[in-house]
Design a protein around this ligand. Structure first.
Ligand code: PLZ
Length: 450
C-alpha cells in the first residue's frame, strides 16, 4: 500500500486540498473531455471525481472536496449511502432488466406503494416510474391532458421543468436552456410568479395580488375550462430558490379544484426530505392532484415518478404509458434504500437542523456583506442572491468570484437564478455540523475577499 488512500479505505469525512483545482491529473482528464465530449455541456466544478462518500468527494489528484450540491439535489441521503449501495449490489446480482411492461418485478411495485403512501393526500393514489425528471414531467402533462380532455397548461415565470421539447416549453429561461432549440410545444401559458425580493407591489398582499393576477389571466387569456393542468415547483429550483408567499400555492390548488384543473407539484428538486418535510407542499398543507418526483428519490440512480389520484392515473388506456427503462430494477432498489435511509436516519428532521445552521450563517454574512441582497429557502435548500452593493442589480461577476474562491478551497457550491446571480446550497443531509460550518467559513472568506 502506498501512502495515498486506496479504493477500499473509507473516505474520511474531511476536506483535504493537495493541489490547485484542477490538479494536474484532473487537468489532463479535462483536456480529454474537451476532445471527446460535446461542448454543449457545462462544468460547474473543474475536478474529475473518482469516488465520493457522505458529504465528501475525492478527485483524481487526491483532493477531498466538501459537497454542498449533492449532484444538483440528488444524493440527499449522501454520496454512495451504504443502504443504497447494498440494495443496488443485491439487485444487480439478481437481474438487471426485464422492462416492467414486459414482465413485472417487486421493486417497481414497492416504490409505487411507498410513493402513494408518502406523498400528501389521504385519497387513493397510483404511480408510474420513469428515468428522469423531465420525462416524468412530460408524462404528468400527458396524463393530465388525457384525463381532462383539455390542452392548455399553466406554468410560471422562473420555472424550470427540464430539457426535452415539451419541458423546454414549460421552462422559463431562454439562455441557456432554450436558445436556438425551438420550435417549442404550444398551449403553454406563463403566469406571473410572486418573487418576494423583486416584487414591485405591496409585500403584505403579495400572495393575494399574485393569485388575482393569475386567475384573471387564466380566465381572460385561456378560459379556465380549457386548462388541463397548472404545474408549479413549490420552491423554484433553477429559477433561484424562489419561495412563494404563504397562501399562493394553496390558493392555486383551490382554484384548480374549483375548475376541474389538475394541480401538479413538480417536486423534482424539493422532494424527499430536502426542505424539512417529505415534500415542500406539506408546508402549507397543500395536497396536489399529481406530484412529480425524481432526484432525491433514488440516492443517485436515475429514477423519477408521477404519483396522482388513482382516477387520474387510471384514465389512460392500457399501453398508453410506458418506456424501456422507466423504473429499472436497479434504480428501484436504490430508491428503496434511499427511502429507508431517510426514515431511519430521520433526515426530514435533519434537513431542518441543516436549514437552521445555513440560514443563520447566511443571514450573518448578509449583515456583513452588502453584495448579499437576499437570503431565502427552506430546510436544506437555501440560497443567497448576489447584487451590486446598495441596489438589487444582479451581480453575476461577484457570484463567479465567490464560487471560484470556494472551488480553490475545495468547496463545491452550485449557482442558479434567472439572473445568474444566486448561490444555492443543497448539501447532502448526512453532512456533519462541523463540515457544514467549515464550508460556510470558507464562503465567508470568499465574500470578504471580494
Ligand atoms: N423539474 C424542478 O429541478 C432538474 C437541471 C440540471 P431531470 N434540475 C436540474 C440541468 O442543468 O440540466 C429538474 C428540476 C425540476 C424538472 C427537472 C428535470 O429533471 O432529471 O434533469 O430531467
Amino acid at each position: 500500500m502506498t501512502s495515498s488512500l486506496q479504493a477500499q479505505d473509507p473516505l474520511p469525512q474531511s476536506r483535504h486540498i493537495v493541489t490547485a483545482i484542477p490538479g494536474p491529473k484532473s487537468a489532463e482528464a479535462i483536456a480529454r473531455r474537451k476532445e471527446a465530449v460535446s461542448a454543449g455541456l457545462g462544468m460547474a466544478f473543474p475536478a474529475v471525481i473518482t469516488r465520493a462518500d457522505g458529504a465528501i468527494m475525492e478527485d483524481l489528484d487526491g483532493n477531498r472536496i466538501i459537497d454542498l450540491g449533492s449532484g444538483i439535489g440528488v444524493v440527499t441521503v449522501g454520496n454512495s449511502h451504504p443502504r443504497v449501495v447494498s440494495r443496488v449490489q443485491e439487485a444487480v446480482k439478481a437481474f438487471t432488466h426485464t422492462n416492467f411492461t414486459t414482465a413485472p418485478y417487486l421493486g417497481y411495485i414497492e416504490v409505487c406503494e411507498a410513493l402513494n403512501d408518502l406523498t400528501p393526500g389521504k385519497f387513493k393514489k397510483k404511480s408510474v416510474l420513469q428515468n428522469s425528471g423531465a420525462e416524468a414531467v412530460e408524462n404528468a402533462i400527458k396524463i393530465a391532458r388525457h384525463y381532462t380532455k383539455r390542452q392548455a397548461i399553466v406554468v410560471f415565470e422562473h420555472a424550470y421543468h427540464g430539457r426535452t421539447n415539451l419541458t423546454m416549453a414549460l421552462t422559463a429561461k431562454n439562455m441557456p436552456y432554450k436558445e436556438g432549440f425551438g420550435p417549442f410545444a404550444n398551449e403553454i401559458y406563463r403566469m406571473p410568479m410572486p418573487y418576494a425580493y423583486r416584487w414591485n407591489g405591496n409585500a403584505a398582499t403579495m400572495a393575494a395580488d399574485a393569485l388575482d393576477d393569475v386567475m384573471h389571466k387564466i380566465e381572460k387569456e385561456i378560459g379556465a375550462d380549457n386548462v388541463a393542468a397548472i404545474i408549479i415547483e413549490p420552491i423554484q429550483g433553477e429559477g433561484g430558490f424562489i419561495v412563494p408567499p404563504k397562501g399562493f400555492l394553496s390558493g392555486l390548488s383551490k382554484y384548480a379544484t374549483q375548475h376541474g384543473i389538475v394541480f401538479i407539484a413538480d417536486e423534482v428538486q424539493t422532494g424527499f426530505a430536502r426542505t424539512g418535510n417529505y415534500f415542500a407542499v406539506e408546508d402549507e398543507g397543500v395536497e396536489p392532484d399529481m406530484i412529480v418526483t425524481a432526484k432525491g428519490i433514488a440516492g443517485g440512480l436515475p429514477l423519477a415518478a408521477v404519483t396522482a389520484r388513482a382516477e387520474i392515473m387510471d384514465s389512460s388506456h392500457v399501453g398508453g404509458l410506458g418506456g424501456t427503462y422507466g423504473g429499472n430494477p436497479i434504480a428501484c432498489a436504490a430508491a428503496l434504500g434511499a427511502m429507508e435511509a431517510i426514515r431511519e436516519e430521520k433526515l426530514v428532521e435533519r434537513a431542518r437542523e441543516i436549514g437552521a445552521i445555513l440560514h443563520s450563517a447566511l443571514t450573518a454574512m448578509a449583515a456583513k456583506y452588502p453584495v448579499i441582497g437576499d437570503v431565502r429557502g427552506r430546510g436544506a435548500m437555501q440560497a443567497i442572491e448576489i447584487v451590486m452593493a446598495g441596489s438589487k442589480e444582479p451581480n453575476p461577476a461577484a457570484m463567479a468570484s465567490v464560487i471560484k474562491y470556494c472551488q480553490q478551497q475545495g468547496v463545491l457550491i452550485l449557482t442558479a437564478g434567472t439572473y445568474g446571480n444566486v448561490i444555492r446550497f443543497l448539501p447532502p443531509l448526512v453532512i456533519s455540523d462541523e463540515l457544514l460550518k467549515e464550508a460556510l467559513a470558507i464562503l465567508d472568506q470568499a465574500l470578504a475577499a471580494l
